[in-house]
Write a protein that binds this ligand. Structure first.
Ligand SMILES: [Zn+2]
Ligand SMILES: [Zn+2]
Length: 386
C-alpha cells in the first residue's frame, strides 16, 4: 500500500483546483458493499451535513476508519472506538495530497477529494465529490492507455471535458452528476499517471470544443482509423458538420491496431447476413464510402436488403468496417485496417501527430472540422446540490 501511495500521490492537485468546480460521481463499479476501510493520504474531516461546523471526527494522514451499513445508517469505527451512526456522512480531505482509498473485498480503489456515504435499503451508497479536473484525470486513465505524450493528453483532456459538459444532467433526478461506468465515461479515480493527467487538465483549464454554431461538439474518438476517418452519415444516421472524413496519412500507420485479419466460414457468413432480413442469402455486394469503409452490404445484390458496415462490424466482431474479402475454399478472409467506428478523432493518429510536434489545438482541429476551442466554466452546478 505504501509503495502505491508513493507512486501515486505526487502533490499536484490543490494549487490547480482553487477555482474549480466540484461534481458528484456515484461509485457503482465497486459493486454493492456493506463495509469497507477508508484510508486517507491527507488529514480528513468526517462531517455530517454539508459543512465544516458539523465536523464529528478527524483522521490523520495514512490513518484509517472502518465504515459499515448498520440498520439503514452509516456506522463509523476507528479500531474499537465507536465514532458514530448517521444517515449520511461526508469525508473531506484536506492538504497537499487530497486522496483517499477504499479497501473492500480485497481490492483498493483510490480517489481524489471527498467521499459522501449514504445508504439504500441494504447497502452503502458511495459518491465521490470531486473537482472536475480530477474527475477528468480519472476518466483519461481509462482512455489513453500507454499514450502519455503531453500534447496528446491535452487533446484527450479537452475531449473528455467536452463530453462531461454535454453529459451533465443525465443523473440529476437521481441526485448526482455522473456514474462511474461507461454510460457516463468509465471513471478510474486516481491512477499511476495522475500527475501527468492533471498537468494536461491544468494546461487546458476549462477548455471545451464548440462547433461553428456555438454548441458543444460530440467529441467522438476510437483507436485507429486505418488511414482516413469517416463522415458521420456514412457510419451513423446523421450528418454532423464537424465529423467529416479527413486523411490521416501515415500518422496512425505503425500501431498494433493498424492491420487486422479474420477468417469466417462462407456458409456462416451467408446464413448470418440472410438472417438479418429473414431471407436466404446466396450472394452479396459492397458499397464503399469516400474513406474506403464498407458503407453497405447488399444481400443478394438488392438495395432493399442493406446492412451497414457498422452493423457488419458488430455482427462478425470485426475491428473496423474498412476491409476487403477474398474467398479461399470454404472460407472468407477479411483483411482490414483500423480499429473502431472511424468517426471523429483517431487516437493513434492524434498521438502520432503529438509525437511529430503538433500542438493539441492543431490536432483537435484536424479531426473535428471548423471547431473552436475555448474556456467555459460550469456555472450551472452551483444551482443544485446532491
Ligand atoms: Zn451514467
Ligand atoms: Zn488514423
Amino acid at each position: 500500500m505504501k509503495n502505491l501511495f508513493g507512486l501515486i500521490f505526487l502533490g499536484y492537485v490543490n494549487a490547480y483546483n482553487l477555482f474549480s468546480q466540484m461534481i458528484y460521481v456515484q461509485l457503482e463499479q465497486i459493486g454493492e458493499i456493506q463495509q469497507f476501510t477508508f484510508i486517507s493520504k491527507a488529514k480528513t474531516h468526517i462531517t455530517v451535513g454539508n459543512s465544516y461546523p458539523d465536523k464529528i471526527f478527524e483522521i490523520q494522514q495514512n490513518e484509517s476508519v472502518w465504515i459499515a451499513f448498520k440498520d439503514g445508517e452509516v456506522l463509523i469505527k476507528k479500531g474499537d472506538q465507536f465514532i458514530g451512526l448517521y444517515p449520511k456522512v461526508r469525508l473531506i480531505t484536506d492538504g497537499e495530497d487530497p486522496y483517499f482509498s477504499i479497501l473492500t473485498n480485497g481490492k483498493t480503489y483510490t480517489y481524489a477529494d471527498n467521499l459522501i456515504i449514504k445508504t439504500n435499503r441494504s447497502n452503502l451508497v458511495l459518491m465521490n465529490e470531486v473537482f472536475i479536473e480530477n474527475y477528468i484525470a480519472g476518466v483519461m486513465a481509462g482512455e489513453v492507455g500507454s499514450k502519455i505524450s503531453p500534447e496528446f493528453l491535452k487533446v484527450q483532456a479537452v475531449c473528455s471535458r467536452t463530453y462531461v459538459y454535454r453529459g451533465l444532467g443525465k443523473h440529476r433526478s437521481e441526485g448526482f452528476d455522473m456514474c462511474d461506468k461507461v454510460h457516463c465515461q468509465a471513471y478510474k479515480g486516481v491512477t499511476i499517471h495522475q500527475k501527468k493527467y492533471q498537468v494536461a487538465c491544468h494546461e487546458t483549464k476549462n477548455e471545451i470544443i464548440t462547433s461553428k454554431d456555438g454548441k458543444l461538439i460530440d467529441a467522438v474518438f476510437y483507436a485507429n482509423c486505418g488511414g482516413a476517418t469517416a463522415n458521420s452519415e456514412d457510419v451513423w444516421p446523421n450528418e454532423v458538420s464537424y465529423l467529416r472524413s479527413v486523411s490521416d496519412g501515415a500518422f496512425c500507420a505503425n500501431s498494433i491496431n493498424t492491420h487486422w485479419k479474420k477468417m469466417i466460414e462462407k456458409t456462416e457468413f451467408l446464413s448470418s447476413i440472410g438472417k438479418y432480413y429473414s431471407i436466404s442469402a446466396s450472394s452479396y455486394q459492397f458499397e464503399r464510402d469516400a474513406s474506403g469503409r464498407i458503407k453497405y452490404l447488399l444481400v443478394n445484390g438488392k438495395n432493399e436488403y442493406k446492412i451497414t458496415g457498422e452493423q457488419l462490424r458488430r455482427m462478425f466482431g470485426l475491428k473496423s468496417a474498412r476491409f476487403s474479402i477474398s474467398s479461399q475454399g470454404n472460407y472468407l478472409y477479411f483483411i482490414g485496417k483500423g480499429f473502431g467506428h472511424g468517426v471523429g478523432m483517431c487516437q493513434d493518429g492524434a498521438y502520432g501527430r503529438s509525437e511529430a510536434g503538433w500542438r493539441y489545438d492543431q490536432i483537435i482541429k484536424h479531426y473535428y472540422k471548423d471547431v473552436e476551442i475555448k474556456p467555459m466554466e460550469i456555472q450551472e452546478f452551483q444551482k443544485w446540490k446532491y
